[in-house]
Design a protein around this ligand. Structure first.
Ligand code: AMP
Ligand code: TRP
Length: 353
């Protein structure tokens, strides 16, 4: 593979972004698919880190509805359109400032699909076939569409269109961002240095939240649809959240230590750590000599405290659909300025247009 060395997640220094040398804030791009409800894993792995560092960065957050088409079974057009708006509203409800950041819906810009085509033509098939997410989704899918295989190229186009320096995501997306770098390097070598190489940033704690009912597997939207008790969705009511946490799988020990806990207990401790912001030693001291019930009650309280204001704000935003649509339209126009400019550079380099 032609990839340069893998990048350290702690470093945020962009490599070949000319505008960053002019001293501007690092450009961030990330996104979530509007498929199924957003759960606490998405919040901890992605949204929370977006919100916490939004001021230091120049951010673009996208609702990637074109990606949602890659598993076409059961797609309902009305539902997809609503889900895209719901997710955008959740970004704002979680604390993304609509005046300081760009939030838009991917399908409102044709540039994403157009750049995907050009990148498709330089991406070796083998690179896509070895993506672990493709392999696991392909196993579960009734039939495998070409879009499912091509999914990471569309993701690369999303990222590369905005000269992105940093992509903050959960651990499961690391491989896709590394592939994006490989594609950008290949393009730059084949044509000219047009594309900026992005870096992946995953949170130090909480990059892989596990299912409450099966702590050996990553908490996922598709399992959450099938099994109650797997995930806490951001819009769940108090009763459901309580039931999910109280019935979370633990074990028959009483090990409330991060290094010795079983996967289920470690998952609860990790969530508690991320949501309280307390250190591990402090948390171990807090629960010393206590049973798992005490940990679960404490976690329940902090989850409810986190989600209550998000849910209230989400209701407010969804009560003003015209306001939301206006913001999204304006934001798409702002995103288009950058996307169109990059696409133009790419087309010039290739000899198109
Ligand atoms: P998705 O909902 O699959 O579009 O994922 C949206 C974002 O949430 C991506 O950055 C994922 O890496 C992150 N994410 C999804 N599930 C988890 C999880 N269980 N733990 C941590 N991060 C996650
Ligand atoms: N594939 C990502 C996920 O499932 C979503 C995504 C699409 C994305 N395009 C992106 C994330 C660009 C970061 C940057 O989570």
């Amino acid at each position: 593979m032609t990839s340069p060395s893998r990048q350290d997640v702690s470093s945020e220094q962009p490599e070949n972004d000319p505008s960053s040398k002019a001293g501007r804030k690092p450009r961030v791009f990330s996104g979530v698919q509007p498929t199924g409800d957003l759960h606490i894993g998405t919040y901890v792995g992605a949204l929370k880190q977006w919100v916490e560092r939004q001021k230091e960065r120049d951010n673009i957050f996208c609702v990637v509805d074109l990606h949602a088409l890659t598993v076409p079974e059961g797609i309902d057009p009305v539902q997809l359109r609503n889900a895209a708006r719901q997710v955008a509203a959740l970004y704002f409800a979680c604390g993304i400032d609509p005046d300081e950041n760009i939030v838009f819906i991917q399908s409102q810009l044709h540039e994403h699909a157009e750049l995907t085509w050009i990148l498709n033509c330089i991406t070796p098939l083998g690179w896509l076939q070895r993506m672990t997410q493709f392999k696991s989704k392909a196993q579960r899918a009734e039939s495998i569409g070409t879009g499912l295989l091509d999914y990471p190229v569309l993701q690369a186009a999303d990222i590369l269109l905005y000269d992105t320096d940093i992509v903050p995501v959960g651990e499961d997306q690391r491989q896709h961002v590394e592939l994006t770098r490989d594609i950008a390097v290949r393009f730059n070598n084949l044509f000219e240095e047009v594309l900026v190489l992005p870096k992946v940033v995953v949170p130090e704690v909480g990059a892989r939240i596990m299912g409450f009912d099966e702590p050996e597997v990553k908490m996922s939207k598709s399992i959450a649809v099938e099994r109650r008790g797997h995930a806490i969705n951001l819009l769940d009511d108090e009763r459901t959240i309580k039931k999910t946490i109280m019935s979370a799988v633990t074990d028959s020990e009483r090990e409330l230590r991060f290094d010795r806990a079983s996967p289920g207990v470690r998952n609860l401790l990790t969530l508690y750590q991320v949501l309280t912001g307390n250190g591990r030693a402090e948390i171990e001291a807090e629960f010393e000599g206590q049973g798992y019930g005490v940990l679960k009650k404490a976690l329940l309280a902090v989850v409810l405290d986190t989600l209550a204001p998000i849910q209230a704000r989400h209701r407010e935003i969804m009560d003003d659909p015209d306001g939301l649509d206006t913001i999204l339209r304006k934001n798409a126009d702002r995103a288009r300025e950058t996307a169109a400019n990059t696409l133009e550079r790419v087309k010039n380099a290739v000899g198109l247009g």
